[in-house]
Write a protein that binds this ligand. Sequence first.
Ligand SMILES: C[S@@+](CC[C@H](N)C(=O)[O-])C[C@H]1O[C@@H](n2cnc3c(N)ncnc32)[C@H](O)[C@@H]1O
Length: 590
Amino acid sequence: MRASVAGEMVRTEARSGAAAQLKADVAELDLVEAQCTIAATLKSEGALTEAVLHLQAALRAWPGDRRVRAAVIDCLGDLQLTHAANALRSDLVGILESADLDLQPLAYPLACLARACPAFAALEALATDGSAERSLADWVEAGLGELASDRLFLATLETVVLRDRALEQLLTALRRALLRKWSCCCRAIIDEQLLSLLCALARQCFLDEYAWFVSEEEAGLLPSLAERAQSADIGEGDRAVNLALFACYAPLIGLGDLGAWPRHEGIAGLVKQQVRDVEVERRLALAIPSAGNIRDPVSKLVRDQYENNPYPRWLGCGGALEAERVADMLQRLVPEAVPAHRLPNGPIEILCAGCGTGQQVIEKALAIPDAHVLGVDLSLGSLGYAKRRALDLGAVAAEFLHADILNLGRLERRFDLIESIGVLHHLAEPKEGLRSLSALLKPGGLMRIGLYSRKARAGIASAQALLRNQGYRATPESMRACRRHLLDLPPDSTLGSMTRIVDFYSLSEFRDLLFHANEHRFSLLEVAAMIAELGLTFIGFELPAEVVREYRQLFGGAADLRCLECWDRFEEAHPDTFLGLYRFWLQAPG
Ligand SMILES: C[S@@+](CC[C@H](N)C(=O)[O-])C[C@H]1O[C@@H](n2cnc3c(N)ncnc32)[C@H](O)[C@@H]1O
């Protein structure tokens, strides 16, 4: 009896211990959110330094909390950062190690910070005034060591695609100077510090898929660079430099099996990025199931494009910070949407049609409770990348299928949500793609679609035509030459303005932007007709609040946000509104 009373007491204590822990967890939870909200409010009031200091204190208090790191990215994302104290710099180096966040929004402030370094002006002058003739010694004298010893700059090169004209021009010229130096010495041409910069530069070149311009002189030197990089007869230091320099021009995996790699931290990072991860992706791709052969001639062309240039090569995982149901996601993205039918509670089946490299699949698999997410794509290379990232990030609810959207008729599953962003406009008949997808919706199921706008892309369409007329083609060499041509033009000319678009800065995105194998563009009236023909209901656009306000100013406070004819008129007056895409939600009959 006594024993049982004691046992009961222990159990009670255990329970109250758990309750106390729960209370503490809840308090912590609220506190983290409160701190992030305070920082966002400080930023909106213009108290930027205070907002950043606040978040730095939160980073110290909750070092592993994803929400605090996300709040720092949010806070700095659009800032022209020209100074950062040492503590902030080292916090940013830590944040750049986060695999669970989309780090790309930091590219802009970090590029601004790099450009603000004292040596930048002298280095830029070297890069733009016939730098091909400049020796490496000139670069060192101009302050290259300052960049090479900046841990934050190296981490930036390793983790985000720089989308910055001036930095691209500088780093392309530096790469050329290093290769020239190598060509006359063929030996360990650089010290340890420069080797770390070279390795980081090679990581950046892989991230942007070798988009930077390669001169004829450089192209002529690459075969002997590859040969020497493969040679076993040189010392470890020489080999490391050769390999890192080679990796600035092409992925290391192209060198074949080299046995042991030089022991160097930078080289180890390169080998993981350019050999091990690629091998894993290739192996995983082979195990992805297929549904039917790809027979449609346009699908074949499009598949070839994305096999060569999987899109996008994303690095971190964005998406919702907290678990959210599909209804919450709709509410977050289209606050005024009123679906005609509610989604059922319980397990949710999601299809991402044309999932590319899987970012959207993985974000949903991680954020939506009880979701099972199927990603379908034409490109096995993209799916291999997606599968590797899903495994890295523990997205167990993500599954992948190699198939053409047009061949999904035999799929027995039906879906609560089908998402297809930036895909249907690449089909020969986009309406047939939408028809095929809508047949897979459960009654009352939702669709999230992204399509190109003809009005918004008018400038891009003219640039595409001009570049084709000038003889540029979708080969890597031609696209690199084309990018160089565009970088040399005034940024406000029709063609030069392409360098202001984020897609300009990596090869797969550049190809998508200007050299796509097949691209349709739509007016909203055409979208309306297609939706009506398929018996779907338009629920709303994903748009910033200020656009919705302007719409209401034009059409009155009670104007229906689902009126596509009205939006067509709105777009006439504001043609850049849907520059990204028309992103909208549809619903099947209940
Ligand atoms: C521009 S990417 C968009 C990828 C992804 N939805 C995103 O937003 O990041 C277009 C993707 O659609 C895929 N795609 C195009 N046509 C397709 C089709 N008929 N069936 C399946 N996938 C297709 C391509 O292979 C490519 O990966």
